[in-house]
Design a protein around this ligand. Structure first.
Ligand SMILES: *Cc1c(COP(=O)(O)O)cnc(C)c1O
Length: 399
C-alpha cells in the first residue's frame, strides 16, 4: 500500500469548502483528522496517542480526538484547561513541557494532572514541592538530525544525567516511571527513530542497574506531514512506511528488554493535522521588478503569510493551487505575505526556489494553500501591521 499517495490528496470536503469560500480562512477536515488518527492507531497497535495541542489548539479538533480516545500533551496550565474542557480525564493529559514555573506546576497539580515531563534536578525538586507524589518522565536529548526542526539542546538530557534525575525524583517521593524522546519535528528519516530507540534502550538498562524500573516510554512527536515541498519546491516524500516499521521494531525491542508491563505513548502534532488543513487566500499582486544586482524577479504577494497563518513558511514550501488559472502560462515567482516584514517570504535560495505562478493572475484571484493545518492558528499574530488573524472553519465530521 502506498500510504503517502493515499494520504496527501486533498479531500472532497476540503476541496468544496475552498471552492465555495468567499473570504480568506483556514479549513480543517475533521473526518480527515479522524482518519489519520485511526490509521496511526492501526500502524502502531498498543501505543496510546496524546495529541500535542500546540499543533492545532482548536476546540472542535480536540473534542473529536478526545471522542476517539486520544489524550493530550499539554505545555502550560492554559493548555491543560483546554484539554480538560473536552471531558478528557486528567489521567489522559500530561504536562509534557520540561520548561515549567513553580506556579505552573502547582496549577497543573490542582487541575488533577499527575504526569510531568522533566529533564533536570531543579525541575524535579520543583515538581516534588508543588506536585507531591507525581509521576515524572525524563526526556532524553536527541540530535534532531533528519528533521526540519531539530528541537535539540533546549530540551532533554544525557542518559547519565537521566539516571541522576530519576534517582533524585525517587528520593523526593515522586514516581520515576518514564522516559521520553522527541526525534525532531517533521522528521524525514527512519534512522532517527532507530537512534532514539538505541538511546531509550541504553538509558533503560542504566536505570534498571540503579533499581529504577520504568512503566512507560513516551515517544514524543515528529511524525511528518506528507504534503510539503522543500525550500526548492521538490515534494518531500517522508518514508512513512519505513518509519512505522522502525518504530514497531523499536517497540518490540524495548518490550523484550523490559520483560514486564511497559506502556507506550506517542505525542503526534503535525502528522494528525497538517494535511487536513488548507487555507483559502487571495492574490494581492504579481510584480516584476529589477533588483539592484540587475536581476529581474517576479514576486507574488498573497493575503496570507508568516504572521497570519503561515508561520513556518521560511522552512517549508506549501503547495499552492490557483483554481481560476489551472493550465496557464507560468512564471517563476518568489512568494510572500502581505506585511512590511521581509521575513514574511517563502524561501527563495537559487533559481529553483521560485514557484510557478500563472502569468495572468490578478489581484483578488483565489489561491489555495495545501497541507497548512499544523502550527497555523497557534501562531497567528494579533493583527501585526493591521492584518487580521486568519479565521478558521472546522468542517464537521458527518457533513
Ligand atoms: C511540539 C511537541 C510535540 C509535537 O511535535 P510534532 O513534530 O508536531 O509531532 C510532541 N511532544 C512535545 C513535547 C512537543 O513539544
Amino acid at each position: 500500500m502506498n500510504l503517502t499517495a493515499e494520504l496527501t490528496s486533498l479531500s472532497p470536503a476540503l476541496r468544496s469548502a475552498l471552492e465555495s469560500s468567499g473570504d480568506d480562512r483556514i479549513f480543517y477536515d475533521l473526518a480527515g483528522i479522524a482518519r489519520r488518527y485511526r490509521t496511526l492507531r492501526d500502524e502502531l497497535p498498543g501505543v496510546a496517542v496524546r495529541f500535542a495541542m500546540k499543533a492545532c489548539p482548536v476546540d472542535e479538533v480536540l473534542a473529536e480526538l478526545a471522542a476517539l480516545g486520544a489524550g493530550f500533551d499539554a505545555a502550560s496550565p492554559n493548555e491543560i484547561v483546554q484539554a480538560l474542557r473536552t471531558g478528557t480525564p486528567p489521567e489522559r493529559v500530561h504536562y509534557g513541557n520540561t520548561v515549567k514555573s513553580d506556579r505552573g506546576i502547582a496549577e497543573a497539580h490542582r487541575l488533577g494532572i499527575r504526569d510531568f515531563a522533566t529533564d533536570s534536578l531543579a525541575d524535579v525538586a520543583a515538581i516534588a514541592e508543588h506536585a507531591p507524589g507525581a509521576r515524572v518522565f525524563c526526556r532524553l536529548a536527541t540530535s534532531g538530525e533528519g528533521a526540519l526542526w531539530g528541537l535539540s539542546r533546549k530540551y532533554g538530557c544525557s542518559a547519565a544525567d537521566a539516571v541522576r534525575v530519576m534517582a533524585a525524583a525517587r528520593d523526593a517521593g515522586l514516581a520515576p516511571g518514564g522516559l521520553s524522546v522527541h526525534v525532531g519535528s517533521q522528521q524525514l528519516t527512519a534512522e532517527a527513530w532507530a537512534a532514539a530507540f538505541d538511546l531509550l534502550a541504553d538509558a533503560m538498562v542504566e536505570l534498571e542497574r540503579d533499581g529504577i524500573r520504568l512503566d512507560h516510554v513516551n515517544l514524543g512527536g515528529g511524525l511528518p506531514a506528507l504534503g510539503y515541498a522543500d525550500r526548492y519546491g521538490t515534494a518531500l516524500a517522508p518514508p512513512l512506511d519505513d518509519i512505522f516499521r522502525t518504530v514497531r521494531q523499536g517497540l518490540d525491542r524495548l518490550r523484550r528488554l523490559h520483560g514486564g508491563d511497559l506502556r507506550f505513548v506517542l505525542e503526534p502534532g503535525r502528522h494528525l493535522v497538517a494535511d487536513q488543513g488548507a487555507i483559502r487566500t487571495h492574490v494581492y499582486r504579481l510584480t516584476d521588478r529589477q533588483q539592484p544586482d540587475g536581476e529581474r524577479e517576479h514576486w507574488l504577494y498573497l493575503g496570507c503569510g508568516k504572521f497570519n497563518g503561515l508561520y513556518e513558511m521560511d522552512q517549508v514550501q506549501y503547495r499552492l493551487v490557483f483554481p481560476t488559472h489551472p493550465d496557464e502560462d507560468r512564471v517563476p515567482a518568489v512568494i510572500a505575505g502581505p506585511t512590511c516584514d521581509s521575513d514574511d517570504t517563502f524561501p527563495h535560495g537559487g533559481a529553483t526556489g521560485r514557484v510557478p505562478v500563472p502569468r495572468a493572475v490578478a489581484s483578488g484571484d483565489p489561491v489555495w494553500i495545501l497541507s497548512s493545518g499544523a502550527y497555523a492558528v497557534s501562531y497567528l499574530t494579533q493583527g501585526f501591521n493591521g492584518f487580521d488573524p486568519l479565521p478558521y472553519t472546522v468542517l464537521s465530521a458527518d457533513a
